[in-house]
Every structure is written in C-alpha cells, then in structure tokens.
Design a protein around this ligand. Structure first.
Ligand code: TYM
Length: 335
C-alpha cells in the first residue's frame, strides 16, 4: 500500500515543559506503533505553548528536547512527518476561519480553560480561550482520520469534530470528521503526589511527575515517595486512587493486565510493589534516554528531520487551506 492510501493520523505535544511519563504512556508510546498502519503527522505544537507566561529561551530548548524525545521514543522520521507547527503556514489561518464558526460559549465551557484560567496569577488571554480552535485547525488542516491522544484531550477533539461538521454544513463537504483514539491503559496518568489531578508538565512540585529525562535515581525517589492510600493491599479500587494510579502505570509500562500485577503482588505490601514499579519504569526509559543523548547533540540531524517533515506538511496544508479559502469566498491569490 502506498503512503497516500493509508489512513492519516495527526497528533502532537506542546513544548511547554519537559515531557512526562503521562505524555509517554498516554500518547507517544502509542504513536510509535502506528507508523506502519497510518500515514503519521507528528507536529510539535509550539504555537500552543505561548498561551501561558513563558521564557522564549525555555520554549526553544523544550522544542529541541521534544523533537529529540519524539525520535528517541520511536517516532521514526523516515516513516512519519515530524515538524514544528510554527513552520507551517496554515495552522493559524485555518484557526481564524474556524473561530468564526465557534460560539464563544463553547470555549468558555472547556475544562482545561476553566482550570488554567482559575490558577492564581494566570493570564487569561484570548489565546488560552481560543486554544481548542487552533487544535481543531491542526487536525483538520491535514484531514486526519484519527487522533491518538490521552483522555484529557477528548473534549478538545469533540470541538474539532463539531467544527468539521459545521464547516461542511455551512460551506460544503470539505473535512473528514476525525475520530479520537485513546489507548486502553495509560490514557489518564495521575500526579504521584495528588492522584485526583493529572500528571502534567507544568507542576510546581517536581515530585508530582516523572519526567522522561529524569535520571534513574530521581525516578526511583519519585516513585518510592508517591502517595498511597490507607491499607497495604496492592489492589485497584475507587477508594485507592494512589495505588490504582501506580497499577495503571505498571500495566502501561509492561503491557501486562492489572489483574495479573495484583496477583503477583498479593500480600507483598506497597514498598515491594513500588520498588518493582521503579525498576520497570527505569528499564523502560533508560534506552529512550540513551538514544536521546545521541540525538540532542546533533543539531544538523534534527534540522534535517524538521526540513523533511515541513516540506510534506506544508504542501498538504496549502492544499487544504486554498480549498477552505475558496469555499469561504476569498478571491484566489493572483500568481
Ligand atoms: P499535551 O502537550 O498536554 O500532551 C501531549 C499528549 O500527552 C497526553 N497526556 C497524557 N496522557 C495520559 N496521562 C497524562 N497525565 C497526560 N498528560 C498528557 C495528551 O492527552 C496528549 O495526547 N492540546 C494538546 C496538544 C495538541 C494536539 C493537537 C494534540 C495541539 N494540537 C492536535 C492532538 C492533535 C496538548 O496540550 O497536549
């Protein structure tokens, strides 16, 4: 089957901090096994990273780190298109057209917007509110069939689906309605210190998240000091959110069902279980970190990957954008 006949997936991460074990288990690890079956577009969605206060030098560093980690996690640039969102003309333009079809009330209802704008000292800028429209543009610009994400992005994807339908109804059939694709385990990895909230890049307390680049001793320390629940049984249960989260991580890392892991640690206690979990996470991440170290040093290689990716992405984006502009009634560009 030729590349163009394969169904298309598009998904990405924003370089707003260092990638976490949540990003890896909920997203990137699953993307790496899709390269054969799908034509894969993996932008690093840097335009999304500036909706919160940030330091430009950090953004640049996190962008390169994200790229090197994509590749180190198995996103083979020879079999996928890896590029920076800000390098492709079209994401911001399409998001403008889509924003004119988006009721503002829909954006105010987005859980992530509500959470982020409620943080103390948050700058509630228009970008934070319009973020999900830009995300819809990322997806629709490539007419993606499927979008593999963690559970936290489900609501944003629903908006992308609505916008595809609304554009098609308002103008004429143009966009595919993208399907979300959420892995069976690992779709929602929670904070190690507060299992009621998701593990995220931008936490102030470093103990909350294992970072993909954390050295083994740091990973061990974070896992051993993860909050657990009363009792000592290693069992998944709604009233044991801490241990349930650790079981989810164990299962997502090893690919083994949670019931099997519960059986293995029956009567063993939390300490033994956490030590085994730390070993499993370290064993999973060590080869990724090893590959990462080789890639991050090689700027020329990384630039080559981005160039190759952007050429394909830009061609595809232009095609969609000119169609959209024509349907919206804009006069063709004079060549
Ligand atoms: P971002 O950068 O927050 O996260 C990247 C991916 O990691 C998943 N993820 C998690 N999965 C499980 N448990 C967690 N604790 C966890 N934390 C993050 C996210 O679901 C995501 O799949 N808005 C997106 C980026 C984006 C995008 C897109 C994604 C912009 N445009 C188009 C798909 C398609 C975001 O902020 O992801």
């Amino acid at each position: 089957m030729s590349q163009t006949q394969k169904p298309l997936i598009l998904t990405g991460a924003k370089p707003s901090g260092e990638l976490t074990l949540g990003n890896y288990l909920g997203a990137i690890k699953n993307w790496a096994v899709m390269l054969e079956e799908y034509e894969c577009f993996f932008p690093i969605v840097d335009l999304h990273a500036i909706t919160v206060r940030y330091v430009p030098a950090d953004l640049r560093r996190w962008t390169y780190q994200c790229l090197a980690q994509y590749i180190a996690c198995g996103l083979d640039p020879a079999r996928s298109h890896i590029f920076l969102q800000s390098h492709v003309t079209g994401h911001a333009e399409l998001s403008w057209v889509l924003s004119c079809l988006t009721p503002v009330g829909d954006l105010h209802r987005m859980t992530q917007f509500k959470e982020k704008s409620a943080r103390p000292g948050a700058s509630v800028n228009a970008g934070l509110l319009y973020y999900p429209v830009l995300m819809a543009a990322d997806i629709l610009l490539y007419n993606a069939d499927r979008v593999p994400v963690g559970e936290d992005q489900k609501q944003h994807l629903e908006l992308a689906r609505n916008l595809a339908q609304r554009f098609n109804q308002t103008y004429s059939e143009t966009f595919k309605v993208p399907e979300p694709f959420i892995g069976k385990t690992g779709g929602r990895i929670m904070s190690l210190q507060d299992p009621s909230k998701k593990m995220s890049k931008s936490e102030d307390n470093p103990g909350e998240a294992v970072l993909l680049l954390d050295p083994p001793e740091v990973i061990r320390k974070k896992i051993l000091s993860a909050v657990t629940d009363s009792g000592k049984e290693v069992r998944r249960s709604d009233d044991k959110p801490g241990i349930s989260n650790l079981l989810t991580i164990f299962s997502a890392v090893t690919g083994r069902p949670i019931e099997k892991i519960e059986d293995e640690f029956a009567g063993a206690g939390y300490g033994t279980f956490k030590k085994a979990l730390a070993d499993a996470v370290i064993a999973e991440l060590e080869p990724v970190q090893e590959r990462y170290r080789g890639i991050i040093e090689d700027k020329a290689y990384m630039h080559g990957v981005l160039k190759q990716g952007v050429d394909v992405a830009q061609a595809r984006a232009y095609k969609t954008l000119s169609k959209v502009f024509r349907k919206a009634g804009f006069v063709d560009r004079i060549r």
